[in-house]
Design a protein around this ligand. Structure first.
Ligand code: DX5
Ligand code: ZN
Length: 213
């Protein structure tokens, strides 16, 4: 299992140290939540701050857009060269076009599904995608309770990926901890995002290691 700590639960008063700490503790990616106050009822950070996160990080960035007007934000963050940019299918009329746009920047493209969105809605995109991010909470805030139906959804998605000979990875985001990590592993999940579980712990390395199942 690859582990992508979400900096949403970090201490923003010393964000560079918080980013360095999770990198030294052995994370695989650094998950950055971009919220615009429209698609979700919360507002986070823009390119100026994400640029300094990139500078502090020795690991690739995983940018999760929770915004309206996805193409505008893709253009805005592309020069930071994250490994992944993921956008919500619920907010995109032209997902195939947006995937091509992300790839034109040499960035891996991912689609995010809210808890109510069926994986069948993106079956015809699986061969164009590098990753599907399944939300296991409603997007907008850290520290929420894990929604267990994501386990069944991940199993269904995994079957679809295999059936379509796709190389797409599965990532799960929200409420991940040492109690549900084995269920996620068994459901075919490749990468987990964890915010509060890691940043509220007293030992980041121990918390990250407990998710590397
Ligand atoms: C929620 C964000 C998550 C959040 C996860 O909208 O996408 O990345 O930071 O936080 P935890 O792990 O605390 O649920
Ligand atoms: Zn996220």
């Amino acid at each position: 299992m690859l582990v992508a700590p979400s900096i949403l639960s970090a201490n923003f008063g010393c964000l560079d140290l918080e980013v360095k700490a999770i990198c030294e503790a052995g994370c695989d990616l650094v998950h950055v939540d971009v919220m615009d106050g429209h698609f979700v009822p919360n507002l986070t950070i823009g390119p100026v701050v994400v640029k300094s996160v990139k500078k502090a990080s020795t690991k690739p960035l995983d940018i999760h857009l929770m915004v309206e007007n996805n193409p505008f934000f893709v253009d805005l963050f592309a020069s930071i060269k994250p490994k992944y940019i993921s956008f919500h299918i619920e907010e995109e009329k032209h997902p195939h076009r947006l995937i091509q746009k992300i790839k034109s920047y040499d960035i891996n493209a991912a689609i995010v599904l809210n808890p109510h969105t069926p994986p069948e809605s993106i079956e015809y995109l699986l061969n164009d995608l590098d990753m599907v991010l399944l939300m296991s909470v409603n997007p907008g805030f850290g520290g929420q309770k894990f929604i267990p139906s994501v386990i069944e959804k991940s199993k269904r998605l995994k079957e679809m990926i295999l059936k379509n000979n796709s190389k797409c990875l599965i990532e799960v985001d929200g409420g991940v901890n040492d109690k549900n990590i084995h269920l996620l592993k068994d459901a075919g999940v490749d990468i987990v995002v964890a915010g509060s579980y890691i940043y509220k712990s007293s030992d980041y390395k121990k918390a990250i290691d407990s998710l590397k199942v």
